[in-house]
Ligand binder design. Structure first.
Ligand code: KIV
Ligand code: ZN
Length: 532
């Protein structure tokens, strides 16, 4: 089914704004999604996610907000220069020349650079946040769009808090932006306040106002989920004929999050006879991208989440199981294969060599630098020795362990644990901290706690270091499954996630802890770590 639809999505008549049967996807996982509390992606992680978004075939990747920090500038620049394939790469910018210059500096190497300007238009934002009059906002929209267009980039103009703006004023602002050369205007429901019928009415009004005057300007929608209506609001305007939807993977984003890409895309595929429009997304990549984003951000996907939750295709009750066995269509409106859920077969064994592993990783969308590949290969050999079969999920866990940049100041050399009922759990660890070797032993409430205490002491921990989150799950089923640990450490107001995978769950936990310590050090929050 997906194959046919994907093919149909590629063809069709084109007009000034492109193929009307297609709605474009502007993915903002790396910008609005990264604004999820507790999430902070490294440059390498952003590039890896962007590569997978390209495979997913989104139309535009919003890679960050270049003027917000040197780290974000670098991440946007890296995505723009390393991810080709004809995808648009956007940077957010306020309507100031310095922001526009930073955005352009970061995206200029992209095949399709886009500057995404935003300016609030609601009375509450203009009065309290901006302290600007309507006339000043109109002038700023006009001037900033002209300046951004002069760089040669595509320009998108977002009227922040559009759904609480006065509709006539909103249309006037969009008019000025379009007259100044904006290629796309966006109608964000910034605080997740609107309802489907109301949003549809507002977007229609904007459209009726703009289309006769500026037929080539694309209209976009961007929803937040504060009232749980982001998907409903986004879908409500599909048949109105908008050009672009803005989404994030797994619905990540500020507060309650943004519109989840996977839900809207699968609604359009599954109810194509109703909506009559599709995206260019290759739905078979959805499950993998969802897992990647969840692992790299450290934000788990709830089991009952639509489309990508662990239970989305599980049938618990006897009546349902019986029905599905007789005919899957009784209770399944989508097939697991449509989102790429069937590719977890045995892929490699302990006799497989570098060439086979490299090829398999390339098929899965990973290209690793030689040193990283070598580390993954060694880990793969270790796992293949302990497990009978190494699946795609196992490989994902090993590779995602490696996707990070920055120096590994601290490395786990060895650990030893004594535990059992009747024994006080005790761990001895040896760390390499720079060129120095450090060893510590500690007791704890359990073996993992004992290892964490010993690691903290050996690293010379900052007094406020705190384990904020810890989760452990099996990557695949079976007794020899890889255990994957994701945890979050907090220190000095910063947080860092770490992941580790091993057939030994204590080793997986120790590896994750050391990764997070390194990231804290890198971010400057762990200054006291490792200095004792
Ligand atoms: O929610 C919002 O208004 C935004 C804009 C920057 C588009 O994210
Ligand atoms: Zn937003």
């Amino acid at each position: 089914m997906t194959e046919d639809l994907a093919q149909r999505a590629d063809i069709g008549p084109a007009d000034g704004r492109g193929d009307r049967s297609i709605v474009e996807v502007f993915d903002t996982t790396l910008r609005d999604g990264e604004q999820t509390p507790g999430v902070g992606l490294t440059v390498r992680e952003k590039v890896e996610i962007a590569r997978h978004l390209l495979r997913l075939r989104v139309d535009v990747i919003e890679a960050g907000f270049a003027a917000s920090s040197p780290g974000d500038f670098e991440a946007v620049r890296a995505v723009a220069s390393e991810v080709g394939g004809g995808v648009g790469v956007a940077s957010l910018a306020r309507t100031r020349h310095e922001d526009i210059d930073r955005a352009w500096g970061a995206i200029r190497d992209a095949e399709r650079p886009r500057i995404h300007l935003f300016l609030a238009t609601s009375p509450v934002h203009m009065k309290y946040k901006l302290q600007l009059t309507e006339g000043q906002v109109l002038a700023m929209a006009d001037e900033s769009v002209r300046y951004a267009v002069s760089t040669g980039a595509e320009v998108e103009f977002s009227a922040e808090d559009a759904t609480r703006s006065e509709p006539d004023f909103l249309c006037r602002v969009f008019d000025r932006a379009a007259a100044a050369g904006a290629h796309v205007v966006n109608v964000p429901d910034t605080v997740g306040y609107t309802t489907p019928a109301e949003y549809r009415r507002l977007v229609r009004r904007v459209m009726d106002h703009l289309r006769p005057r500026y037929p080539g300007v694309k209209i976009s929608v961007h929803c937040h989920d504060d009232l749980g209506l982001a998907v409903a609001n986004t879908l409500s305007i599909i048949t109105v004929g908008i050009d672009q939807i803005e989404t994030t993977i797994n619905g990540l984003g500020e507060r309650a999050g943004n519109t989840p890409l996977e839900e809207v895309v699968m609604a359009l595929v599954t109810r194509h006879e109703f909506y009559g429009r599709l995206t260019r997304v290759d739905t078979r990549q959805i499950a993998r991208v969802s897992r990647l984003v969840s692992k790299l951000t450290g934000i788990p996907v709830q089991p009952n989440k639509a489309v990508v939750g662990a239970n989305a295709f599980a049938h618990q009750s006897g009546i349902h199981q019986d029905g599905v066995l007789k005919q899957p269509l009784t209770y399944e409106i989508m097939k697991p294969e449509d989102i790429g859920l069937s590719g977890n077969s045995m892929v490699l064994g302990k006799l497989s060599g570098r060439h086979a592993l490299r090829q398999r990783l390339a098929d899965m969308g990973y290209t690793l630098a030689p040193a990283r590949f070598e580390r993954v290969f060694l880990r793969f050999k270790e796992v293949a020795d302990r497990k009978r079969v190494v699946t795609e999920r196992d490989l994902e866990a090993l590779v995602e362990d490696e996707i990070r940049d920055g120096p590994e100041t601290i490395a786990l050399d060895s650990f030893h644990v004594v535990s059992g009922n009747g024994a006080i759990p005790t761990a001895t660890v040896r760390l390499k901290v720079g060129s120095e070797s450090r060893q510590e032993a500690c007791t704890g409430t359990g073996p993992v706690d004992a290892v964490f205490r010993a690691l903290s002491q050996a690293a010379g921990v900052a007094p406020d270091l705190r384990l904020a989150d810890y989760s452990l799950k099996a990557v695949t089923s079976g007794e020899d499954a890889l255990g994957e640990c994701t945890l979050r450490l907090e220190s000095g107001g910063r947080t860092a996630t770490g992941r580790g995978a091993s057939t030994d769950v204590i080793e997986a936990s120790a590896l994750a802890y050391v990764k997070a310590l390194n990231r804290l050090l890198e971010s400057g929050a762990g200054k006291e770590v490792a200095s004792s």
